[in-house]
Design a binder for this molecule. Structure first.
Ligand code: PHE
Ligand code: CO
Length: 291
């Protein structure tokens, strides 16, 4: 999403946006989108929150080919007043937050190569657009994203971006939601990944814990592998209530005095859906230790 240590590349506007240059995508790049789309759209309906599938439909993202940002923005604008704008890659935090606060979602325009099909470090257009944009058509989630942008600008001033970034990570990127007795996916980092879409719901390895704002903001996360813990919200309305209606100003200094929590921690106060075996994470660290 964002990085503080960046220089604005030549050819980018003051707000770091660039044209999408949709005409420049090759047939192979469109075919990569279609491949990734079909793989996810085939398995997601039973796993993802229905609002996500609804967003794909409303935004006409079910058509083949890499979506055109102007068309997406036109439909999004009608639904919730959001737009999608292209950026060269990571942008500084304040730029990222400012776009969100103004209901603009910044997306990378490049698409992964065949070698990167199942893993890439920097978010590409498939992650950014397939993963994030459908839920922006949902009014409640759309408001959450804008509030997060405003909160980011504020947290920046308090020097508390680390704890706020964890909230983004464990909701927008890797969030789960409870629907009746079932858990469903909504985080963009999960739904744009074939492997994690299965792992996050079905694998006995990760913890699945009820969402608690301060608890989440103290919890470290992994950027190199599937998450060791997922947090489960009760509804988008509830997420909005817990975050937008809480003034974070007194929270930041308090959080700084509390110990941070490991990626696999389970506390007596946690609402536990799954106490994970952590077998996946252990196997992975055993592999890298023997290398
Ligand atoms: N309520 C938060 C604040 O006072 C802002 C916020 C809203 C942060 C939603 C994240 C998500 O700073
Ligand atoms: Co993302």
């Amino acid at each position: 999403m964002a990085d503080a240590s960046l220089q604005r590349p030549e050819g980018t506007a003051e707000d770091w946006t660039i044209p999408q240059d949709w005409d420049r995508y090759s047939p192979a790049e469109h075919a990569m989108w279609d491949h990734l789309f079909e793989r996810q759209a085939g398995m997601l309906p039973a796993r993802v929150v229905p609002e996500f599938m609804e967003g794909l439909k409303v935004l006409r993202m079910t058509r083949p080919g890499i979506p055109h940002f102007d068309e997406l923005s036109e439909r999004l604008m009608k639904a919730t007043g959001w737009q999608v704008v292209a950026v060269p890659g990571l942008v500084p935090e304040s730029v990222f937050f400012d776009h969100l606060a103004n209901r603009r979602f910044v997306a990378g325009r490049f698409i992964r190569t065949p070698e990167q099909r199942d893993y890439l470090q920097e978010p590409d257009i498939f992650h950014d657009v397939f993963g994030h944009v459908p839920l922006l058509a949902n009014p409640v989630f759309a408001d959450y994203m804008q509030a997060y942008g405003k909160g980011g600008l504020r947290a920046h001033g308090f020097g508390s971006l680390d704890s706020l970034a964890r909230l983004y990570w464990y909701t927008v990127e890797f969030g789960l939601i409870r629907q009746g007795d079932a858990l469903k996916l909504y985080g963009a980092g999960i739904v744009s990944s074939y492997g994690e879409s299965i792992f996050a719901l079905d694998d006995p390895s990760p913890n699945r814990l009820g969402f608690d704002l301060e608890r989440v903001m103290r919890t470290h996360y992994r950027i190199d592998d599937y998450q060791q813990t997922y947090f489960v919200i009760d509804s988008f309305e509830d997420l909005l209530r817990q975050t937008v209606e809480t003034d974070f100003a007194p929270l930041y200094p308090r959080l700084r005095n509390e110990p941070e929590l490991a990626t696999d921690a389970v506390l007596p106060s946690d609402r536990v859906y799954t106490h994970g075996t952590q077998a996946h994470a252990r196997a992975k660290s055993a592999r890298s230790a023997s290398r």
